[in-house]
Design a binder for this molecule. Structure first.
Ligand SMILES: *Cc1c(COP(=O)(O)O)cnc(C)c1O
Length: 374
């Protein structure tokens, strides 16, 4: 039996009627960009994330870009972030002419290591972007403390972390701004691109709102240069349906994570390091990432058997060709480089069955057995 990394068709089969009704609701009034459907969705996401404002935008990438624009990031400003993330976390910084300043990760959680931030701060530093990677929040208390003491903005990249918690607070509610993605493969995925910015600050909310519509203050009066970063009503309608299910899907992801741990233990797969849940977190398992010292051979074996494992992310961003001008060398961020070379994501989506998980672990166990006898 093939086990895909993600199966959106299986999910659609469980919500087809609700989705079709929601789409019909948008088709009747023929209002497709922003409008009441988006406004209600924004309030629902803000409530879900336990913060005051939500502003729907065109993608997670645009959420990051517009958040940085809202705090007036300019050329030569420096933004501290992690090199072990999806490209957009850092691309958005570079697009404004600002300089990404990388800080290595804390190996067990793959998240920005707070203990290394202070040394990277210079007079040009304007903001810190922790990424809540794979669905687990970064260690926010020390990061918040540094940001407050050094007068820096804090922008959470919560694209993989909707509903994740740190000491009872939700992703997107702790920083000055939080950025979400509704790319179809995310835990809350639309039927196309979409994103959202959260904030508790009325002034920042107003700025993001203005910037997502060309910086218009009132009709045809532009007091800032923004862009078209608007969310479609069809996406909002789909996402409102899916938001009602997201807690059940998160529970299924957590159950699947526990099943993997149990299966690993019963087969004594000590070579494989399962993900670590840091204390006082709600991990929403956007990905279930293990580490293996034989990662590439293991991946090839799984792929040959139709098991959808994948590498997030094979090249840390300080080593990307487009960032050579930042002059980072290999070896600069050893923990990020190690993670890029050894980590492997296994299927964890909510509709995954116990039999499928059994098959994944069976295939891994057989691989390790062959490695030992070879
Ligand atoms: C998906 C993702 C983004 C970008 O979101 P898009 O909606 O694809 O533009 C940004 N940061 C992280 C960590 C992501 O996983």
């Amino acid at each position: 039996m093939a086990v895909p990394l993600l199966d959106l068709k299986a999910q659609y089969a469980t919500i087809r009627e609700e989705i079709r009704a929601a789409i019909d609701r948008v088709l009747e009034p023929q209002q497709f960009v922003l409008g009441p459907e988006v406004a209600v969705f924004e309030r629902e996401i803000a409530a879900y994330s336990r913060c005051r404002y939500g502003i729907g935008v065109s993608s997670g990438t645009d959420a990051l870009l517009v958040a940085l624009m809202a705090i007036d990031i300019r050329p030569d400003d420096e933004i501290i972030t992690s090199p072990y993330t999806f490209f957009a976390s850092v691309g958005s910084i570079a697009r404004l002419g600002a300089r990404p300043v990388f800080v290595d990760i804390d190996p067990p959680t793959y998240n920005l290591d707070p203990a290394r931030i202070e040394a990277a701060i210079t007079p040009r530093t304007r903001a810190i972007i922790p990424i809540h990677l794979f669905g687990q929040m970064a260690d926010m208390d020390p990061i918040l403390e540094i940001a407050a003491r050094r007068n820096l903005f804090l922008i959470e990249d919560a694209a993989q972390a909707i509903g994740a918690e740190y000491k009872g607070k939700r992703a997107g509610a702790l920083g000055h701004l939080g950025c979400f993605s509704f790319f179809p493969s995310k835990n809350l995925g639309g039927y196309g691109d979409g994103g959202l910015v959260t904030t508790n600050d009325a002034q920042l909310a107003q700025r993001v709102r203005q910037l997502r519509s060309h910086g218009e203050q009132s009709r045809y009066e532009h007091t800032r240069v923004g862009g078209n970063f608007r969310l479609d009503a069809l996406q909002a309608a789909v996402l409102r349906v899916k938001l009602r299910h997201v807690d059940a899907w998160t529970a299924a992801r957590q159950r699947n994570a526990n099943t993997y741990r149990r299966l690993f233990a019963s087969r004594e797969l000590g070579e494989l390091s399962p993900p670590v849940e840091a204390p006082q977190r709600r991990h929403v398992y956007h990905q279930f990432v293990v580490q293996s010292t034989h990662r590439d051979a293991l991946l090839a074996t799984l792929q040959r058997q139709g098991i959808g494992a994948a590498i997030y992310y094979p090249t840390p961003l300080h080593l990307q060709p487009c960032f050579t001008s930042l002059h980072y060398q290999r070896g600069a961020f050893p923990h990020s480089e190690y993670a890029a070379e050894h980590s492997l994501a296994l299927p964890i989506y909510p509709e995954l069955t116990p039999a499928m998980q059994e098959e994944v672990v069976q295939a891994i166990a057989a691989f390790h057995h062959n490695e030992k006898s070879a």
